[in-house]
Design a protein around this ligand. Structure first.
Ligand SMILES: Nc1ncnc2c1ncn2[C@@H]1O[C@H](COP(=O)(O)OP(=O)(O)OP(=O)(O)O)[C@@H](O)[C@H]1O
Length: 261
């Protein structure tokens, strides 16, 4: 790892993480550290375990072995159960904003209500303060004028920007993006990437799973290439994209660089 990467404080630490689905071992001992304010991209072929890893970070997948820490606090706690664990994981999740490929907005709620629901229900934020915060965030993603609109009247790119605003409304310590632009028409990708770039400029800590190689190269401080559940290579994106050490990485990048751009 680069010196700069190491000297920062870890925000997300993934240590020797294993995960299997039945006979299929999807994660075979993954280690990764995302330092505060850094952007790390996870790239790799389909089925290599990228989404499973990201989902494990906020315990949407339960890992079999290893540990994951958020800002020094252990996420997986096999020693806890029932209500105690539920409270623990809810607290952890409040500090992680997750953006999925398929938006997952509540169709029966307006844009502003989608954004303010979390702070109101989970953090007990006053309705007016939540609305103020929600409007500020909608403005930040360029959608203030859509506050009263329902999700089915928004384009895919707009829905994804609302999803980002909704995640930010919890004022998370880290944002997790799982192929946030994969479901979008090509002409809508840039508006979402622009919002993500804005977050990067504000030093939001981000862990990004993406198939967009150019975006990963441009926005990340660190890039990790995964294949078949193992980390093949991790380094600065400049190094990974210009001079990958591994044949598997080379082959993948040759195939994908230049795609969809
Ligand atoms: N809930 C599940 N049950 C069983 N198998 C699963 C489950 N989730 C994922 N898998 C399998 O685990 C492997 C890794 O899946 P994962 O979605 O993590 O890969 P990925 O690298 O994100 O792929 P893609 O780029 O296509 O999204 C795949 O073989 C997938 O079929």
């Amino acid at each position: 790892m680069s010196t700069e990467h190491q000297t920062d404080t870890p925000m997300v630490e993934i240590r020797n993480v294993h995960k299997r689905f039945g006979d299929l071992e999807v994660l075979k001992g993954i280690d990764l550290t995302v330092n505060r304010g850094k952007i790390v991209s996870i790239i790799g072929p389909s089925g290599s375990g990228k989404s499973t890893l990201l989902r494990s970070v906020n315990h949407l997948e339960v890992i079999d072995q290893g540990e994951i820490l958020l800002d020094g606090v252990r996420v997986n706690r096999p020693d806890m159960n029932g209500l105690i664990f539920e409270r623990h994981i809810n607290h952890i999740r409040q500090n992680m904003g997750m953006v999925f490929q398929h938006f997952n907005l509540f169709p029966h709620l307006s844009t502003i209500d989608n954004v303010t629901l979390g702070p109101r229900k989970l953090k007990g934020m006053d309705k007016h303060i939540a609305r103020e915060l929600g409007m500020e965030l909608l403005d930040r993603v360029g959608l203030a004028e859509k506050a009263a609109v329902f999700p089915n009247h928004l384009s895919g790119g707009q829905k994804q920007r609302v999803a980002i605003a909704r995640a930010l409304a919890m004022q998370p310590k880290v944002m997790l993006f799982d192929e946030a632009t994969s479901a979008l028409d090509p002409e809508l990708v840039e508006e979402v990437n622009r919002v993500m770039r804005g977050l990067a400029e504000e030093h939001m800590t981000m862990l990004i799973v993406t198939h967009e190689m150019t975006f990963a190269r441009d926005v990340s401080d660190w890039a990790m290439f995964m294949d078949e559940g193992v980390v093949v290579e991790e380094c600065t994106p400049e190094k990974l994209f210009s001079n990958p050490d591994q044949e598997r990485t080379c082959h993948f990048l040759r195939k994908h660089l230049g795609d969809n751009h």
